[in-house]
Design a protein around this ligand. Structure first.
Ligand code: MEV
Length: 386
């Protein structure tokens, strides 16, 4: 079982997933091979195809915030929460210095605690609450350990300054100080299909995007498709995909209404513009990024030099994935492609191996009978021509 037993508890084995590479990504003028770990068929192919069309429009342009995480300290039992805030403000420099005493190598790399923010919750179910935010630049780490250590270290000082009682000390996964954005253009002519013009497909994609902007039921599925791409990169590089998921969906609901993480519109030249923005707390050091052998390979393959670089690639992948899903949904639908992949999975499940997998899958499709029972008949008895 190798290192698995050192990683979590009660280990009984290892569970592996397909590790693939998405192609055609040009981001800020540089070409990338993007590692993706995912069990869902079509995602890598769709993403690579989408990246090819974006490349025809000049590739992706990306940007990102400095890697600042938010850590929260919950303060209770305060006689006067506003006065407590004033006291904390007066001693802000001491609090930041105390936080930096635990910042270790992050401080040496130019990161560490950079600021405090104050949030008041009056009349909560447990009375008035002051929540202190510690802003912490995590450099190339995701930073969960660094910021949680800093929070635990400064909590007694915060209690001494305010006379209150600290309850929780933990990072926020709504890492909206650590946003990544990606945008790109696809020429309308690249969108034409056998049965529809580029302009028609473009309109249908914009309509599909508007649907997700308006409706939370659609936005959930739309964003799920985006996360198909992003999670696969996050997983491949040994990052915490649950943290990224939590942040993405909380951000999608930031105005009190859950909405799309992307925007699609037609530009003055009649081409399709897409844009994505979401919090992406990713690291290229720490956690599993350098401990998991496959994650190490993924990071080397990708060749990003910073956590921000990784977040920007992930954002571009999310935009590409969203485009691919909208294009498929707004034209032929996704089932024909999915059923082809499904046929392959059924052939594998029926015990087919090697070339037999494709032969059985093709026959299931030709017969229009994509079922496990049929795959078993074709595989076990060699009855390909019943
Ligand atoms: C399936 O995993 C993802 C899609 O449902 C995304 C979408 O509907 O936009 C195809």
């Amino acid at each position: 079982m190798g290192q698995a037993e050192q990683v979590i508890e009660n280990v009984i084995g290892r569970f592996s997933l397909p590790f693939a590479v998405a192609t055609n990504f040009t981001i800020n003028g540089r070409d990338y091979l993007v590692p993706m770990v995912i069990e869902e068929p079509s995602v890598v192919a769709a993403c690579s195809y989408a990246a090819k069309l974006f490349r025809e429009g000049g590739g992706f342009q990306t940007s990102s915030d400095p890697p600042v995480m938010i850590g929260q300290i919950q303060l209770l039992d305060l006689a006067e929460p506003r006065a407590a805030e004033d006291k904390l403000r007066a001693q802000q420099a001491d609090i930041l210095a105390a936080a930096n005493a635990r910042a270790g190598s992050i401080l040496a790399r130019g990161g560490g605690a950079i600021g405090l923010e104050y949030r008041h919750f009056r009349g909560s179910p447990v009375g008035d609450m002051l929540v202190l935010h510690l802003l912490f630049d995590c450099r190339d780490a995701m930073g969960a350990n660094a910021i949680n250590s800093a929070l635990e270290h400064i909590a007694p000082l915060v209690e001494r300054i305010t006379g209150g009682r600290v309850n929780l000390r933990i990072l926020s996964n709504l890492s909206d100080r650590r946003m990544a954005t990606a945008r790109g253009v696809i020429p309308a002519k690249s969108l034409a299909t056998k049965s529809a013009s580029g302009a028609q497909v473009l309109s249908a994609i914009i309509e599909a995007g508007a649907f997700a902007e308006c409706d939370a039921y659609r936005a959930a599925t739309h964003n799920k498709g985006i996360m198909n791409g992003i999670d696969a990169v996050v997983l491949a590089t040994g990052n915490d995909w649950r943290a990224v998921e939590a942040g993405a969906h909380a951000y999608a609901a930031r105005d009190g209404r859950y909405t799309s993480l992307t925007r699609w519109w037609r530009d003055d030249s009649g081409d399709l513009h897409g844009e994505i923005a979401l919090p992406l707390a990713l690291g290229i050091v720490g956690g599993a990024t350098r401990a998991h052998p496959a994650a190490k390979i993924a990071l080397r393959l990708l060749g990003v030099e910073s956590a921000r670089g990784l977040a920007e690639v992930a954002a571009a992948v999310g935009l590409a994935q969203n485009f691919a899903a909208l294009r498929a949904l707004a034209t032929d639908g996704i089932q024909s492609g999915h059923m082809r992949m499904h046929a392959r999975q059924l052939a594998l499940a029926a015990g087919a191996t090697g070339e037999e997998v494709m032969q059985v899958a093709r026959q299931l499709i030709d017969e229009g009978n994509i079922r496990l029972e049929r795959a078993k008949e074709l595989t076990a008895g060699g009855k390909r021509n019943p």
